[in-house]
Design a protein around this ligand. Sequence first.
Ligand SMILES: *Cc1c(COP(=O)(O)O)cnc(C)c1O
Length: 366
Amino acid sequence: MTTIDAETATTPLEFLVRKNLSAATPARVAEVHEDPGFGVVFTDHMVDICWSVKGGWHRPRVQPYGPIPLDPAASVLHYGQEIFEGIKAYRHEDGSIHTFRPDRNAARLQASARRLALPELPTEYFIQSLRELVAVDGRWVPSGADQSLYLRPFMFAKEAFLGVRAAQKVAYYVIASPAGAYFSGGVKPVRIWLSEDYARAGKGGTGKAKTGGNYASSLLAQSEASAKGCDQVVFLDEKRNVEELGGMNVVFVFKDGRIVTPESDSILDGITRDSLLQLAEDRGYTVERRPISIDEWREGVASGDIVEVFACGTAAVVTPIGALVGEGFDETQPLGELALSLREELTDIQYGRREDTHGWLLRLDA
Ligand SMILES: *Cc1c(COP(=O)(O)O)cnc(C)c1O
């Protein structure tokens, strides 16, 4: 058993690799790559690392993908101590496999862990866990247009104890799923429902952490949105400032070249948003991270000051917002060129079609 203390982590972990003896056939992988969808088919293996108060991070393994044995009293099932990440592996034209800003995902997982009283996985271990999975399941990284292998690292409290306290035994896993173009038939503007009855997060809560509970609390509003003929929900804070969608950040483009995105301690700090805004700054746009109220949004669109509104996140990259719908109104949003042009620049970098001047890519298969 390898036991390494998180504080002194510099040496790589030694993963025990147990190969899946009933791995998918090449024909099956090819079939999945024809139309991967999103999050429906998983690769042959998964990574897991254990953590305990006494042993620190230990027992790093690559093993066949399959059910996780869990005691019915496991804390996560009762108190929701769970956090996750979402990051993609991209295949370049020469066959090599790269990921995008994994140090940022590692840092965010650590921040989420602090908020949920879970242990912090060192950045080197996080990156190594992605490499280990790609080393055995690299053939699952598709090569079609806008396709990728979506990697889902996650961590939860697994000790069998109904008392309420910080986690003492934890499991960290990485699973992977081939992902197709999020929008079949091109990027479609979405209709957004303005939720006035429900919040996804509150001041001092867990909104800044990537944790399952934030999604659980967004689902009723999401159902309401579907019932109103909308695709997604936008949440407000109690002061009526715009926060974000259930799982994507929001960006407003102004006529005068300013780009505004909400800032608050209850919004998930998206890496896609940060990257798109960096690319916009490189083009000479001025980026403002500040509170923006629902009134400023609606009045800005009405006056023509706001010329584009879009949502962004790893899964769908960029989604133009085509309509804002609420109790008693349905307002068409202006569509511009910037969202799709930034999307193209970002994906060109991710797929190796454009120079990576910010040093955002990390090769995973070498
Ligand atoms: C993951 C996530 C995002 C997008 O973050 P990216 O790093 O861009 O993928 C936005 N909002 C929420 C609530 C999220 O969970």
